[in-house]
Structures are given as C-alpha cells and as structure tokens.
Ligand binder design. Structure first.
Ligand code: NAP
Length: 300
C-alpha cells in the first residue's frame, strides 16, 4: 500500500524547555515538525523571551518560573548556560514528576553530573546530552528546525542510568536528524576542549588583540578582514555568557590543551625565526588533509 505513512505516537507527552534560546527553540521547532512531543512548555529568565517564544508559536505556555513549568513534564531539557544548572536543578527538583527524564544540551558534560545529578530525586532519570551543532546567534528567533540534521549528538549517561530513558533521549535526537554517540563525560570534555573550546579561545584572543590596537590600525583590520580575520570574528561573536560558563566549567581539559597549543605555537615561532620552511610546509600539508577529511565526513 502506498500513501502517507501512519503518524507515529509522540515520544513524550510534555517537553519542558528550561531556557529557549538558539538551541531550545531549534529543538522545539524540530520536535514539533516531527511530531515527537504532544505539548511544549518553556521557561526563560526574562518575560521578554517568554513573550517571544509564545509569539513565535514555539510553546503552549511560557513562564519565568522554571520550577512551575517542569510540573507534569515527562521530559525536561535544560537549555541555559551551564553555569546556571546547579541553581536551576535545586529549584526544579521538588516539582519533577516520578519517572521524568531530565536531559540537557550543554557544551560541557562533567559539570552536569556534578551540578544537576545530586539534586534529582530517586526515580527521575538524568541523561546528559550535547548536540554538536550551533551558530554564533542567540535567542528564540535565531533557531531553526534543521539545525541538528546530519550533526552529532553526544550522550553521556553515567553507568547505571535507566536504559529506557537513554533509549528515548537517543531516539529524540535521531528523529530530529542527528547521529547519536555515547561517551564518558570526561572523554567528551577532553574531545570538545580541542575541537570547540580552544578554537573559540583563539578567536576571542585574536579579535581581542586587534581591538587593543590603536584606532588607525583598527579601521584597516575591518577593511582587510577578508584575509582570515573575518572568520575569527564570526566565532568571537558567540554568546559571552555561554562561553564564560564553558571555560569555567571545563577548566582542567581546557588548561591542558592550552599548554599543548602554547608549545606547538612556540615550535612554529622557532621555525619562522630560523627559516625552517620545511617545518612550516610539513605542518600546513598535514592540516590541509584534516580539512579535506571534514569535508568528506560532511561536517564542513
Ligand atoms: P541562548 O540563545 O543565549 O539562550 C539561553 C536561554 O537560557 C535564554 O532563553 C535565557 O533566557 C535562558 N536563561 C538564562 N539563564 C536562565 C535562568 N537562570 N533560568 C531560566 N532561563 C535562563 O543560548 P543557546 O545558544 O541556546 O545555548 C544554550 C545551551 O546550549 C548552553 O548550555 C550551551 O552551552 C549549549 N550549546 C550551545 C550551542 C551554540 O552554538 N549556541 C551549541 C551546542 C550547545 P533570557 O533570554 O530571558 O535571558
């Protein structure tokens, strides 16, 4: 028989998004498009964001009171900067319903186990997650339903987590188009320190250095930005609050990778000073191959 496939039952009855910025609003859009939840509610810090989420038709209800909106939700997704997690977890814990699944989208993962885990009552299942997808934009108006398509979503449930809760969270991400990978939280934080956190730190440094140059040079920085600087300014335009929290909450892994990076930078400094062109060319050849690998893996 042909025709439209029968609609599948929603995975969750009520999804409560704590925070509805770029990631929360993209998840709301994608979950609705794919019929994954029956109802979506959200909280935000400001009434303005709550009003915006309602106006955009992303949610049925919105409130500045996170504890109130998680009531009766069978899925709660933390979509705020990771530095807010401990206070939010303490506030929502008494209102979580038995059997609820709590997950998150935060860019660091050990901090979730540390800050959220201890607050949750028995019978509530914590499945930390990180969709490795995003843009430099913030707020509910910047999200889009296709954000997670073809991207990775990393889940870091600790040993002993309810298997059915993990399966349902994995299915949520699969059905919004992501590839799901399971990982230890500590491993996640080390991998992301090099693939995401260090590149952002370098971009913030380069753009910061340019900002500190005297006014005449600054105008030339803008004028000739296509020489490479422009790409760094896009990354360095990412949300300041979110990135502050990422560095403070992935301290050890980031400090370790900065150490390695500094050594490699010094090695390049020496090569330039002593005219060792072969050292430079050898590195640039290897890095070019990495770029080609990313394009081939459709992650460009
Ligand atoms: P965003 O666009 O800045 O949105 C953050 C949301 O959190 C806003 O709705 C904000 O409300 C709300 N919020 C902040 N503090 C709160 C509090 N104490 N209680 C309730 N709501 C609060 O941020 P985002 O880019 O979606 O990032 C959200 C999370 O996703 C972060 O943990 C980040 O690490 C992770 N992540 C981001 C990306 C990315 O590229 N952006 C990618 C992957 C993962 P107001 O608007 O009222 O302030």
């Amino acid at each position: 028989m042909t025709g439209t496939p029968a609609p599948t039952a929603p995975l969750f009855e009520r999804m409560a998004l704590v925070g509805i910025g770029l990631i929360g609003s993209s998840l709301a859009r994608a979950a609705r498009r794919h019929g994954l939840v029956r109802e979506i509610v959200c909280s935000a810090r400001s009434q303005t964001t709550c009003d915006k989420a309602l106006e955009l038709g992303l949610v049925e209800r919105a409130s500045t009171d996170s504890a109130a909106i998680v009531e009766d939700a069978d899925l709660v997704v933390l979509c705020t900067p990771v530095g807010t997690y401990a206070d939010i977890a303490a506030a929502i814990a008494p209102r979580l319903r038995a059997g609820a699944v709590v997950t998150d989208v935060g860019s660091v993962k050990q901090a979730v186990l540390r800050d959220v885990g201890p607050h949750l009552p028995d019978g509530v299942h914590l499945v930390p997650g990180h969709p490795v997808a995003g843009t430099e934009h913030s707020g509910p108006e910047s999200g889009f339903a296709e954000l997670f398509e073809g991207r990775w979503c990393i889940l870091t449930p600790p040993a002993g987590t309810n298997a059915e809760a993990v399966r349902r969270v994995a299915e949520l991400w699969t059905r919004v188009g992501s590839n799901v990978e399971m990982m230890e939280a500590s491993h996640h934080d080390r991998v992301l320190a090099i693939t995401s956190h260090l590149p952002h730190l370098i971009a913030y440094t380069i753009v910061g250095t340019a900002t500190d140059l005297e006014a005449s040079t600054q105008s030339e920085v803008i004028k000739f930005s296509a020489g490479g600087f422009r790409d760094f300014t896009r990354i360095a335009a990412s949300d300041p609050e979110m990135w502050r929290d990422i560095f403070l909450n992935n301290r050890e892994a980031v400090l370790e990778i900065i150490q390695r990076f500094t050594e490699d930078l010094t090695m390049l400094q020496r090569a330039i000073r002593w005219g060792e062109g072969d050292v430079l060319e050898d590195l640039f050849t290897r890095t070019r191959a990495i770029r080609r690998g990313i394009i081939q893996a459709k992650q460009a």
